[in-house]
Design a protein around this ligand. Structure first.
Ligand SMILES: NC(=O)c1ccc[n+]([C@@H]2O[C@H](COP(=O)([O-])OP(=O)(O)OC[C@H]3O[C@@H](n4cnc5c(N)ncnc54)[C@H](OP(=O)(O)O)[C@@H]3O)[C@@H](O)[C@H]2O)c1
Length: 296
């Protein structure tokens, strides 16, 4: 049995469908009244999780957290981004501590934002933490997950890149603009974006769950990050639409979207999935053109 938090989200939903499709029993932790025996209630920020709800499970996949994109990051929202992840992970690990039989594995979400703006440098899991709000957030979020290591639980921190899904997420927000031929590079367009298809995100998460040799940080990105300008051209090609040659200036993005624009759109992440590749994970989509064709 696998427990999943954040199961109503983009990635949680895809993972739960795949796990159940493979015959695995999945219990989801929900923040509302449970609707059946496979849902258990928890209150992530209030320390509210009855350990009995997760006694005897084989693995835990923890994805819950307030949405990073789609909201302006004022001070209160930044606190919520941190609180939902740091306190939620603390609540979960606190419950694991009370179990007579802890799970074999905890797989806990994080992001490539951990590395900060890495420019053109190719970065794998050995790189240290970078600068910025999201890097600090990832460090604190991962720090709470690492507490499970002391319980003898194999703990994996998923440093996920931009997940390409046909059902929403970042790509879903870009599509309306690109579909009318108004897609354009952002800022210099030279910043690297590390992407992964939704199928590979699910496949890699299952791989990580089943591989006892994998622990610590694992980059969930395709082996071929591209610059934002290449991403823009590739998405235009996939939709058979032109894109604008003139970039959206960085100052305009920052004025419209604030700090989110700088950290999530203009920072460069040329991240490679060293541990996935070394452990034999075979990507379904290694190149961006084919990934976008599959996703769209
Ligand atoms: N998608 C990406 O490209 C990407 C990239 C890097 C990292 N990640 C990380 O991976 C995780 C899953 O991503 P996703 O795209 O599936 O996110 P998502 O669609 O926003 O789903 C996150 C889930 O977290 C729960 N949640 C929402 N607000 C919350 C709050 N204030 N406190 C506690 N839980 C809350 C909700 O599930 P319930 O209602 O079921 O509780 C929600 O469905 C997130 O932590 C995200 O930061 C995602």
């Amino acid at each position: 049995m696998i427990v999943v938090t954040g199961a109503s989200g983009l990635l949680g939903g895809a993972l739960v469908r795949e796990l159940r499709g493979r015959g695995e029993r999945v219990v989801t932790l929900v923040r509302r009244e449970p609707r059946g025996p496979d849902e258990r209630v928890w209150e992530p920020s209030g320390g509210g999780l009855d350990p009995a709800a997760i006694e005897g499970v084989r693995g835990v996949v923890h994805l819950a957290g307030a949405p990073i994109a789609g909201q302006r990051w004022n001070a209160a929202y930044k606190r919520e981004l941190v609180r939902s992840r740091v306190e939620g992970t603390r609540t979960l690990v606190g419950a694991l501590r009370e179990l007579s039989r802890p799970p074999e594995v905890l797989v806990s979400a994080s992001g490539v934002d951990f590395y900060g703006d890495t420019g053109d440098r190719v970065v794998d899991e050995q790189a240290g933490k970078g600068e910025g709000f999201l890097a600090d957030l990832c460090e604190r979020w991962e720090g709470e997950a690492r507490e499970a290591e002391e319980l003898g639980v194999r703990t994996v921190r998923l440093r996920t890149g931009l997940v390409l899904s046909g059902r929403g997420g970042a790509l879903g927000r870009m599509l309306p603009v690109f579909r009318v031929g108004l897609g354009a590079p952002l800022g210099s367009g030279k910043q690297y974006w590390s992407w992964i298809s939704e199928d590979d995100w699910v496949g890699a998460t299952l791989h990580v769950l089943e591989r006892p040799e994998l622990s610590g940080p694992v980059n969930l990105t395709s082996p071929s990050p591209v610059t934002n300008a290449e991403f823009t051209r590739s998405l235009g090609r996939a939709l058979r639409k032109g894109t604008l040659p003139m970039p959206v200036p960085a100052f305009a993005l920052s004025a419209g979207l604030g700090e989110f624009a700088r950290e999530a759109l203009l920072h460069g992440h040329r991240i490679v999935p060293r541990k996935l590749q070394d452990s034999g994970y075979g990507f379904a989509h290694s190149g961006l053109d084919e990934a976008l064709r599959a996703v769209l």
